[in-house]
Design a protein around this ligand. Structure first.
Ligand SMILES: *Cc1c(COP(=O)(O)O)cnc(C)c1O
Length: 377
């Protein structure tokens, strides 16, 4: 008999704490020593451990990935009226801090080979705006941008590079971790990312002096003095010691999470890859993705909206690929360089549920619903 009970929700990507309870051990330590805030051993430890994991010299634990992007721009010297190249296909959190700094974004198109910043469009942008101050590169859905090509172009123009690796912790490009190619790298531990601290971010760099400066800005720019002395504008952007404890525990299961995300991607590819008009996100031999979200595009009679609706009816979460920034009401007044690649990826893209707690049963359920749409058309 068909159950009338609401089916258990399958999420796109939800928090997944370790089975071993690592996070609670670190939180308990913070409570036992009353290092709830500010800062403390978990913050120092999380910075050390994350820097080591990605192969960067220094890291600053912050309240969000957005805060990390903001301080990276500031550290790179981006200020009023400066131009910053930014991928158009991304989450708005990449672009917003450019505006916080009163700088001007120029949006760059993606290519189909990587879904990330097109080196060709980037070169075109340099021709139009040679005075550009910094380039923001994003590694979407755990895929990596083509960093050799992008770094070569940026070095030629001697411009600062910031990598928004918020979605790509655990992703490597030619064996090197994403977020460590440019001058600054940014990670996020928001609730839906591959590991989470409930909310938080990290700024990494090989420039220890700039990271120390970022920590200073993040704690209200308090000068070395007994009294409260400020010679610079400050921010309240530091991560708390309790939150950092969650991060230290989560870092221990990052490899496990990447393996499960990879398993989910392979499962979908096997089950859905042969459907008419389905193309999965690109694979490149130089890229080891973390497969944060399994994504695909459709050029078939079945449209993305059919999938979103059919899955939602079964209490399963899925969503479109990011809507490009140059199509957003808030950002459309800024320049865009490229063709229609990111628009097409948005129009045809589907992010499938990629929650690491999903069972084979859940994956089969999702695939059956989707395959059913092709039978109907
Ligand atoms: C999540 C995300 C961010 C922002 O990180 P928060 O920690 O939520 O501030 C920035 N850029 C991209 C591409 C993201 O996916």
């Amino acid at each position: 008999m068909e159950s009338t009970k609401v089916k258990e929700r399958i999420f796109l990507s939800s928090p997944h704490m370790s089975d071993e309870g690592y996070e609670m051990q670190y939180i308990k330590e913070a409570f036992d020593t009353n290092w709830i805030a500010p800062l403390g051993e978990n913050v120092n430890g999380f910075e050390r451990e994350l820097a080591e994991k990605v192969g960067s010299k220094a890291a600053a634990a912050l309240s969000s990935g957005t805060a990390a992007i903001h301080l990276a721009l500031k550290a790179a010297g981006v200020g009023e009226g400066d131009i910053v190249f930014c991928p158009t296909l991304t989450f708005s959190a990449t672009a917003n801090p450019i505006i916080y700094q009163n700088a001007i974004p120029v949006f760059i198109d993606s290519d189909y080979e990587t879904w990330n910043m097109s080196p060709k469009a980037l070169e075109e942008a340099f021709e139009k705006y040679p005075e550009v101050k910094a380039v923001l590169v994003v590694h979407l859905y755990g895929l990596s941008a083509d960093m050799d090509k992008i770094m070569e172009i940026c070095k030629k123009h001697n411009v600062a590079v910031i990598e928004d690796a918020a979605e790509s912790l655990g992703t490597y490009y030619k064996g090197k971790h994403t977020g460590t190619f440019g001058d600054y790298g940014v990670f996020s531990f928001n609730g839906n990312k591959i590991i989470t601290t409930s909310g938080g971010g990290m700024l990494v760099s090989n420039n220890e002096e700039r990271i120390a400066k970022a920590r200073f800005w993040a704690t209200q720019s308090r000068d070395q003095a007994r009294h409260y002395q400020h010679s610079e504008l400050g921010f309240n952007y530091r991560m708390s010691n309790v939150v950092a404890g969650i991060g230290r525990g989560q870092l221990k299961v990052l490899n496990q999470r990447v393996m499960k995300k990879n398993y989910i991607f392979e499962f979908y590819k096997r089950e859905l890859g042969e459907l008419e008009g389905v193309k999965f996100m690109p694979s490149n031999e130089w890229n080891e993705p973390n497969y944060w979200l399994s994504s695909m595009t459709l050029t078939s009679k079945v449209r993305p909206i059919d999938i979103f609706e059919a899955l939602e009816a079964e209490n399963i979460e899925s969503r479109p690929v990011w809507k490009p920034m140059h199509m957003q009401p808030f950002f459309e007044k800024y320049e865009f360089v490229g063709t229609d690649v990111s628009e097409k990826l948005f129009e045809n893209g589907v992010c499938l549920p990629s929650d690491t707690k999903m069972t084979d049963n859940d994956l089969e359920r999702v695939c059956e619903i989707i395959k059913g749409l092709w039978l109907k058309k």
